[in-house]
Design a protein around this ligand. Structure first.
Ligand code: FES
Length: 165
């Protein structure tokens, strides 16, 4: 299927301007403003989305490079009526303050936990049965690409640990 990208389960034509970043395509062309623009230079992680199961900074890549790819944004993870387990945990643990970084944090953590489940983690985070036992230190390391200017890190880690088990 030529020149299409799947966003949250729906196919869309790629933008006509090949210079359009994936972030701008999501926000401006599709109106998916849950994905945030912080630095626009790959420094903050606010723009994190999940592409084919991997988390990426959508400000650093062109939409045109994602022909045929499967993209999940924060809008695709859950809804206010049916939030994902991580979204529930972020609320229960106050894993945010202003909330601007939260979509990127949740997308990043979602993919990170899937990485661990899939066995891409170190020996310390997945035992032989595949049970997740991510430590706070490992979560901090794996989430280090997502900055929080409010400094809600302790609660973010607590929320992720709650889901990781
Ligand atoms: Fe993409 Fe900051 S907006 S990393």
């Amino acid at each position: 299927m030529p020149d299409t990208i799947t966003i949250n389960g729906t196919d869309h034509p790629l933008p006509s301007d090949p210079r359009t970043s994936l972030l701008d395509f999501l926000r401006h062309d599709l109106g998916l403003t849950g994905t945030k623009k912080g630095c626009d230079h790959g420094q903050c992680g606010a723009c994190t989305v999940i592409v084919n199961g991997m988390r990426i900074n959508s400000c650093l890549t062109l939409a045109a490079l994602h022909d045929g790819d499967d993209v999940t944004t924060i809008e695709g993870l859950g809804t206010p009526e049916n939030p994902s387990p991580l979204q529930v945990a972020f609320v229960e643990h106050d894993g945010y303050q202003c909330g601007y970084c939260t979509p990127g944090q949740v997308c990043s953590a979602t993919a990170m936990l899937d990485e661990i489940k899939a066995g891409f983690a170190s020996d310390a985070s997945a035992d032989l049965t595949g049970e997740m036992t991510a430590t706070a230190e490992e979560i901090r390391e794996r989430m280090s690409g997502n900055l929080c200017r409010c400094g809600a890190y302790a609660n973010i880690v607590a929320a992720i640990r709650d889901v990781a088990g």
